[in-house]
Design a protein around this ligand. Structure first.
Ligand SMILES: [Mn+2]
Length: 206
């Protein structure tokens, strides 16, 4: 399954599939735009099947409703909303139209900025995840980190159903949809739900 869209100068695409034998996917993505930035969320509901899908859907609902809030508040609101579920791993990125990036992660959803380098695409920055499970146990102190994206850079986010190093499957010249598909096809495992999000910053015209 896949979804794609555009928010300001940000072109994005996501590809996902459930664990082998499951009909619903517990991994979800949300991309929503505000005036000067996009909020990008990747949610991995713990486990698989219906309980995972329920937790992920609840998180997406909360995040969509509050998407302009600070990232820490979004994470705490998700935590409160998921207390009676199996919980989730969530990474959130606020990607500014000017290339500024703030991101925060609780649990195991990877996020990296991938850019062109002499030897091929390489990871320029990586999210620092806090331990814990959203809805069950979260650190009392959460702090978003900041980074930046240059025009042409990709933000790649992936649940733990996608093996590293996924940068191997990135060809920067291809459309975001094809990159997301290639990462999922090349690195997705059968033993868990798997989701890949690719967002490209196309630069702001002056
Ligand atoms: Mn998972």
């Amino acid at each position: 399954m896949r979804e794609e869209g555009r928010v300001g100068p940000i072109e994005w695409a996501a590809a996902w599939r459930p664990r082998a034998g499951e009909s619903v996917c517990g991994d979800r993505v949300l991309v929503t735009g505000a005036e000067r930035a996009a909020l990008i969320a990747v949610v991995d509901g713990l486990g698989h099947g219906a309980p995972a899908a329920t937790a992920a859907a609840r998180a997406v609902e909360v995040l969509a409703a509050r998407h302009t809030g600070p990232l820490v508040e979004l994470m705490r609101a998700s935590h409160r909303a998921l207390v009676d579920t199996h919980g989730a791993a969530i990474s959130l990125a606020c990607l500014g139209f000017d290339g500024g990036l703030a991101w925060i992660g609780v649990g195991n959803v990877a996020a990296a900025v991938v850019g062109a380098a002499p030897g091929g695409p390489s990871v320029r920055a990586r999210i620092l995840q806090s331990g814990g499970i959203v809805g069950y146990r979260m650190a009392s102190r959460l702090e978003p980190r900041t980074s930046s994206m240059r025009p042409g850079d990709l933000l790649v986010m992936a649940t733990d159903g996608v093996g590293e190093p996924f940068v191997d499957a990135v060809e920067l010249a291809r459309p975001a949809t094809e990159i997301a598909d290639a990462i999922l096809a090349g690195h997705g495992t059968d033993t868990d739900d798997a989701l890949v999000l690719v967002a490209r910053h196309r630069g702001t015209p002056r």
